[in-house]
Ligand binder design. Sequence first.
Ligand code: AMP
Length: 176
Amino acid sequence: MKRASIPDLEQAIRTVPDFPKSGIQFKDITPVLADGHLFSSVIDHLLDGIQPDSIDLIVGIDARGFILGAAAAGRLGVGFIPIRKKGKLPWTTIEQNYDLEYGTNTMAIHTDAIQSGQRVLLIDDLLATGGTAAAALALVRQLGATVVGVRFLIELTFLEGRKHLGAHDIRSLISY
Ligand code: AMP
């Protein structure tokens, strides 16, 4: 079947005002995930230009990055590595703090998740201020990974999160 277009995907994303708090326009991707054709097409689009033998691992960010990242890893037949909020991973971890609008958050990765020199593609659902993805990149770099690319389904361009991600091949499918 022909893949769904970017406008088809955009139409299925639901914007929920004032969730989880006042002033946030939450981009709800569950209607995309619930539709097999749209979900599969998102993975096609995210992997555009990625040769199956050009990456060793997909790294997904807690929590919606797990859904997209794991599906993409399954598509390519490569491993999947989770970056999780602090305190969730059971084995030895390294951690990275990052700033939120109010306060800070901490992301973690297992120390043995990536071998030095492995080529990774980082995936999350949405790029906003860039703090989360910047922390994830710091973690994979600390483990010696080569970052082949960074992919998002959605980018809130007005927040200029890209500025915090360095000189990587960064692409998003839908921009607001
Ligand atoms: P940031 O660190 O500001 O780039 O935020 C990105 C992370 O927060 C991603 O993992 C997103 O899932 C989540 N996020 C931030 N803003 C939104 C939003 N408006 N709608 C849905 N998820 C969001």
